[in-house]
Design a protein around this ligand. Structure first.
Ligand SMILES: NC(=O)c1ccc[n+]([C@@H]2O[C@H](COP(=O)([O-])OP(=O)(O)OC[C@H]3O[C@@H](n4cnc5c(N)ncnc54)[C@H](O)[C@@H]3O)[C@@H](O)[C@H]2O)c1
Length: 277
């Protein structure tokens, strides 16, 4: 039987060293016996784990072997994973040549498409591959995948991020449709702007000003607020978690008339470019 959300034994959070993941680790510390803070930034993971009495693991979620080994080791050493939060994510912005560019506009990287697809999508697949058979055999578990409002709408100025997050939402839907009746509860989190390093706001910054590409149009949330909303919504069994509720209206408008929505987004993009000048 799946344990109640406030009686979790082991919870794992990827990207737990910073931002939303760190806030989720802190929030989950009072709900789970053990929180595993997993991050490519091992020092940050260790700091968060030290603070909450959790366990740190350094790994690259884009590496399937490392993710499978994490699941194997945690289940062997600490017990069954009741909740796995696939939260680690990256975004680099379109490069000079636009939506299809290989290079990035914000942070240098050789192939931002590969990085976005591997971290933002395939890591969710790797986690599910390792965990679904285990959770199924013990009657259930929780998978929370952090995508983005960009996975429902579009992140102006980052096609690779947008495409990878759309795929992440679609994958979460497939997981829920296929494995929901086996007791595996799936939630997908789709925020707009959150004050983290991803939008240029350092951890623990006093000010939450930042934002890029207009994703801060409905306000910037602190990661702690997002963590609280995620836990509340997941406890209630919600599939789609929208920390910015406006996203639901935008999604409905998009579905009602895609051509009109594209024209609106083109105008919005123009405004953003003008305000950058
Ligand atoms: N900040 C926003 O405005 C926003 C909006 C919507 C969705 N999101 C999503 O929220 C999630 C968390 O991002 P955040 O805003 O907290 O940003 P962040 O940069 O503060 O945190 C991302 C974390 O993921 C880790 N990470 C990156 N690549 C990794 C890898 N290959 N393996 C393991 N760990 C890795 C980083 O070290 C970092 O700790 C991401 O999936 C992001 O796309 C963020």
């Amino acid at each position: 039987m799946r344990p109640a959300f406030d009686q979790l034994r082991v919870a794992v959070v990827t990207g737990g060293g910073h931002g939303i993941g760190r806030a989720l680790c802190r929030r989950l510390a009072s709900l789970a016996e053990t929180v595993v803070v997993a991050d490519i930034d091992g020092a940050a993971a260790a700091t968060v784990a030290g603070e909450i009495g959790g366990v740190a693991r350094e790994l690259d979620v884009a590496n399937e072997q490392q993710l499978a080994a994490l699941v194997e080791e945690v289940e062997r050493d600490l017990g069954a994973i009741d909740l796995f939060v696939s939260n680690a994510g990256v975004g680099f912005g379109d490069g000079e040549s636009g939506a299809a560019s290989r290079d990035a506009g914000m942070r240098p990287i050789e192939d931002r498409w590969a990085a976005c697809l591997n971290v933002n999508l395939m890591a969710h697949v790797y986690a599910a591959r390792a965990l679904v058979p285990r959770m199924r055999s013990r009657g259930g578990g929780y998978l929370i995948n952090v995508a983005s409002a960009a996975g429902l709408l579009s992140q102006i100025g980052d096609a690779a991020y947008t495409a990878s997050k759309h795929a992440a939402v679609a994958f979460a839907e497939s997981l829920a449709i296929t494995h929901g009746e086996e007791g595996i509860q799936v939630s997908v989190v789709c925020p707009q702007a959150v004050a983290t390093r991803m939008i240029g706001v350092p951890d623990d910054a006093g000010s939450i000003d930042g934002g890029f590409g207009g994703n801060d149009v409905d306000g910037v949330l602190r990661p702690e607020a997002v963590a609280q909303i995620v836990v509340q919504a997941a406890t209630a069994g919600e599939f789609l978690i929208l920390p910015h509720p406006e996203v639901s209206t935008y999604e409905q408008r998009k579905a009602a008339d895609r051509s009109r929505w594209i024209r609106g987004m083109q105008r919005f993009r123009k405004q953003l470019l003008q305000s950058d000048d």
